[in-house]
Design a protein around this ligand. Structure first.
Ligand SMILES: [Zn+2]
Ligand SMILES: [Zn+2]
Length: 290
C-alpha cells in the first residue's frame, strides 16, 4: 500500500509566506515524505503560499487545505486563531488580512525603536528583508538580533528582549479573537483556537464558543499528551471540532523547546467537512477536481 494512504494529517504548517523557511514545494515534500494524506497551510496573516502548495499537492495526491493563523489580542493575552477551508482568493478577505499584516510591520518598527532606546541597534529594513516579504514577526527581529551578535539564539532573543514582559515587548491590539472568528466565517471557513495549552487560557473557551468558535487545536508539538487529552475532553463536552498539527516552521526556527510527536488522524478533516457550509464545500470539491 502506498505511503500516502496512511491516514494522518498535519494541519498546522508555516512557509516563507510568513515566518517559516519552507517554500510551498518543500512543504509538499515534507508532507509527502511523511506519508500524510492532507495538510493545512496556516501562515501568519498570509495566504500567498496556499495556491502554490495546492497545485503541487494535487500532483502527488496530497490534499492541501487552505488555512491561516491569525494573531489576535484579548487584553494582554495573545491568542492565535486558525482558520481552515477559507476562501483565500476572496478579495475582501485578502484586503482585511493585508491590513492586519501592515499592523505587524508597524509593531516591528515600534520594537526596533524600543531596542534602540536600550542601545540595541537593529535596522527595520534588515528585519523586513529577513521576513522575505512574508508577515513580519518577532522571529525575524530575533534573527536580526542574533545576526548582530546581541544574542546567541532565537530563544535567547525572546527570553531577553522580545517575549511578553520583556523590555522590548510590544503587544498587538488590532484584532480580537471574536473579530477573527467573524473574518474566518465570512471567508467560508472554520475557526479554531490554536495551541490552547500554550496560552493557558481555558477560562476563555466558553466565551469563544458563544462567539462562534468551531474547534480546538488538540494536538500540537508543544502540547503534552495529558494536555491533548484535556482539550479533547473539552471539545467533546462543548460539541467542538478538533484539529492538530506540528506548527513546523522549518529547521532552525522556534526550536529549543521539546517538541512532541503529533499524530492527527485524517478523520478530523472529515468531521470539518461535515460542518462546512454548502457553498464552501462546493468550492472545495471543485478545487480538488481541478
Ligand atoms: Zn501560533
Ligand atoms: Zn503556527
Amino acid at each position: 500500500m502506498a505511503a500516502r494512504s496512511e491516514p494522518y494529517v498535519d494541519l498546522h504548517l508555516h512557509t516563507v509566506a510568513s515566518d517559516g523557511t519552507l517554500t510551498p514545494a518543500q512543504l509538499v515534500d515534507y508532507a509527502s515524505s511523511r506519508g500524510y494524506r492532507a495538510v493545512a497551510v496556516t501562515d501568519h496573516d498570509s495566504w500567498e503560499s496556499i495556491g502554490g502548495a495546492q497545485a503541487l499537492g494535487s500532483r502527488v495526491g496530497l490534499e492541501v487545505i487552505p488555512g491561516i493563523e491569525l494573531s489576535t489580542n484579548l487584553d494582554e493575552r495573545e491568542i492565535h486563531v486558525l482558520g481552515y477551508f477559507i476562501d483565500h482568493n476572496d478579495r475582501v478577505f485578502q484586503a482585511k488580512v493585508a491590513h492586519f499584516r501592515q499592523a505587524r510591520v508597524e509593531r516591528a518598527a515600534r520594537i526596533v525603536e524600543k531596542l534602540s532606546a536600550m542601545g540595541v541597534r537593529i535596522e527595520l529594513p534588515r528585519v523586513l528583508q529577513i521576513a522575505a516579504g512574508g508577515a513580519v514577526g518577532r522571529p525575524h527581529l530575533a534573527r536580526a538580533l542574533q545576526e548582530l551578535g546581541y544574542v546567541g539564539s532565537v530563544d535567547e532573543a525572546f527570553a531577553r528582549y522580545l517575549g511578553a514582559g520583556c523590555p522590548a515587548y510590544v503587544g498587538k491590539d488590532f484584532l480580537t479573537p471574536e473579530e477573527s472568528f467573524a473574518l474566518v466565517h465570512e471567508a467560508g471557513g472554520l475557526a479554531f483556537f490554536a495551541h490552547p495549552g500554550i496560552e493557558n487560557c481555558d477560562d476563555l473557551i466558553d466565551g469563544f464558543v458563544a462567539a462562534g468558535l468551531d474547534g480546538l487545536e488538540v494536538w500540537h508539538a508543544k502540547h503534552t499528551p495529558a494536555q491533548a487529552r484535556h482539550y479533547q475532553e473539552i471539545a467533546a463536552q462543548r460539541g467542538l471540532l478538533v484539529s492538530g498539527g506540528s506548527d513546523y516552521h522549518g529547521d532552525g526556527l522556534g526550536g529549543g523547546a521539546p517538541r512532541n510527536q503529533v499524530r492527527v488522524p485524517y478523520q478530523v478533516v472529515e468531521r470539518m467537512k461535515e460542518r462546512l457550509s454548502e457553498a464552501t464545500l462546493r468550492k472545495w470539491n471543485q478545487t480538488v477536481i481541478e
